[in-house]
Design a protein around this ligand. Structure first.
Ligand SMILES: Nc1ncnc2c1ncn2[C@@H]1O[C@H](COP(=O)(O)OP(=O)(O)O)[C@@H](O)[C@H]1O
Ligand SMILES: O=C(CO)[C@@H](O)[C@@H](O)COP(=O)(O)O
Length: 555
């Protein structure tokens, strides 16, 4: 029998990547990246140049369709694989990345009547302008002693569906009224391929407060938030919620001709990027924490019992691998902090030196920063450039570096920022490990582990644990392809479960990062200092960050 293939598409913050995967062993035959033409829309609306307010982050739905129309034909062409042998397709997406759609399933921002209103656009995961709604949700849920709060580490994040929907209702009731459904971008793109809407349990569980046993929070709760929201889950969030690996439908003839694939192939229900990476790295059992490291970091681990862990993003039954409770925590900015520094903070002379050395600026700073021993910079930072997602769950916290002198060098600052993100991850690892979710092994995937060896060594030293690195450079896309193969099923040359698919298709590198004893000792001391600063600025003893933000917003 001819080899069979599946396509996985990973929708990141700035681009979408399609990967064509050989289902016999997980070989990534070809891949192709399509950058989003409109990137992240955080200053002006593309159609009208209307200025956006602080903390907004939008995207353009057409950019997602372009990924299908450009990257899928590209991987097919480059590989020379016969479309007859591609049996399934799965996608994963940033989340909660959501949009309002009309009765035809079209985003409201495509409608000339609404496109000038920022609320008609896709709200990206890092849209943080619904913080006041999130604060109220938390206050009301706490007062009512809502059981669901425990499953979300005690707090609902402003990055999620319900605060974003409520913000739309508060600020643009006409958009809310006209919206037929609010939908995750991952489910919308799948609906464009199959012609019908399927909501996936992973996004619903982690981002829309949905639970396999209890469903959504009660109507009473929504009424207590705002009487206009009472029927939200039966109306604008309506529809069956189906588990990962389910076949959402079949590729329509129209889309098949645009994508260069066979009509009728299985399309898996949507997934979240970080969660797809877990089987992609071969993790299908508890004890192994997977870090999807890129713009942000998502930390995922499986468990057999429901535990409450401070600040976790959520625990969802079957949310990652069927049969287990999937736990998620995260840091809202990691690569984004390094990007900020090289864009805004690195002096011209350092760029010149990098050019002379024939290195890009990250490579040059990594090389120079590697010359320092842990602690030698005398600097320490709090990694809150985009707020704190775990364990404090507070987007109003901001970044900080302490210890500057007149001798501080750019590479020292770079190293300090790498270290700060490692300390942020340590907080999360400790929170799981000390609350009944043992973290025995660490696995890393995403763009960063392949890009920065110093970063990975620092993480191994700070965590005092070995870190295994995914062999795939496109782990979420590989995981998405696995789910595509599961949607197709073994009768069509795919797999009957994600565990079977992961066993055959996932790999890690033989080399790993192991902690270096003398580094571990120094980092332990630095971590104690980090923890003091973390609690002082993050737990209410000194609210200077929030006060500065409040002053800024009123001036
Ligand atoms: N050599 C490097 N060292 C550290 N960070 C890097 C390096 N090169 C790029 N980055 C950061 O990696 C991030 C992109 O990560 P990637 O995994 O490719 O994308 P995404 O998170 O969107 O899926 C950017 O924030 C960028 O600043
Ligand atoms: O929040 C989640 C997943 O729960 C991510 O989609 C979000 O952090 C964005 O991830 P990336 O850093 O773009 O890979």
């Amino acid at each position: 029998m001819a080899k069979k293939f599946a396509i996985g598409i990973d929708y990141g913050t700035l681009s979408g990547r399609a990967v064509l995967v050989d289902l016999s062993d997980g070989t990534e035959v070809t891949d192709h990246v399509t950058p989003y033409a409109h990137s992240v829309i955080d200053e002006f609306l593309p159609v009208s140049n209307r200025k956006l307010e602080h903390d907004w982050a939008l995207e353009h739905p057409n950019d997602y369709l372009d990924v299908l129309k450009i990257s899928v034909p590209a991987v097919m062409k480059e590989s020379g694989v016969n479309p007859e042998d591609v049996i399934g397709l799965g996608i994963d997406f940033t989340a909660n990345t959501m949009m309002p759609i009309d009765t035809n399933g079209e985003p409201l921002c495509f409608d000339p009547n609404y496109m000038d209103n920022p609320h008609s656009w896709v709200k990206l995961w890092k849209h943080h302008a619904a913080q006041s709604e999130a604060d109220l949700i938390n206050e009301i849920a706490t007062k009512r002693d809502e059981a669901f709060l425990n499953r979300y580490g005690g707090k609902i994040s402003s990055e999620w569906m319900i605060p974003k929907v409520w913000q739309i209702l508060n600020e643009a009731p006409e958009i809310y009224d006209y919206t037929d459904q609010f939908i995750e971008a991952t489910d919308w793109v799948v609906s464009k391929m199959t012609g019908k809407i399927s909501r996936n349990s992973c996004s619903a569980g982690y981002k829309s407060i949905w639970n396999k046993k209890d469903g959504y929070p009660s109507k009473d709760f929504f009424k207590a938030l705002d009487p206009r929201l009472e029927d939200l889950t039966d109306t604008k969030l309506r529809g069956e919620i189906v588990p990962l690996g389910t076949k959402a439908g079949e590729l329509t003839a129209d889309m098949a001709s645009q994508l260069g694939l066979r009509a009728g192939i299985a399309i898996a229900v949507g997934n979240v990027d970080a969660h797809a990476a877990v089987p992609g790295v071969g993790v299908v059992t508890p004890g192994k924490l997977v870090m999807a490291m890129g713009t942000s970091i998502c930390h995922m681990i499986l468990g057999t019992e429901e535990r409450e862990v401070e600040g976790m993003c959520g625990v969802v039954e079957d949310g990652i691998i069927p049969g287990y409770l999937g736990y998620e925590a995260g840091q809202s900015a990691v690569g984004d902090i390094f990007a900020w520094y090289i864009d805004q903070g690195v002096p011209a002379y350092t760029y010149k030196l990098a050019e002379i050395a024939g290195l890009n600026i990250h490579e040059y700073l990594e090389l120079k920063a590697s010359e320092y021993r842990p602690g030698e910079t005398g600097l320490l930072a709090l990694d809150w450039w985009n707020g704190n997602r775990s364990v404090l769950v507070d987007t109003n916290l901001t970044g900080m570096i302490v210890g500057y002198t007149l001798l501080t060098k750019p590479e020292e600052i770079y190293r300090t920022l790498l270290e700060a993100t490692a300390f942020g991850t340590r907080k999360i690892v400790d929170a799981f490990h000390n609350n009944g979710i043992p973290v025995e092994e660490l696995y890393a995937c995403g763009g960063l582990p392949q890009k920065n060896k110093l970063l990975m060594q620092i993480y191994a030293d700070v965590m005092n644990r070995e870190i295994k690195i995914a062999a795939s450079k496109q782990t979420p896309a590989l995981g998405a392809a696995m789910f595509g193969a599961v949607a197709a099923g073994s009768v069509n040359g795919g797999y009957d479960s994600i565990v079977d698919a992961a066993e055959q298709m996932a790999r890690v590198h033989e080399e790993s990062y192991k902690p270096i004893k003398e580094n571990v000792l120094v980092y332990e001391k630095l971590y104690q200092e980090y923890s003091k600063l973390h609690d002082y600025f993050g737990r209410g003893e000194n609210d200077v960050m929030k006060n500065l933000k409040a002053i800024k917003e009123t001036t």
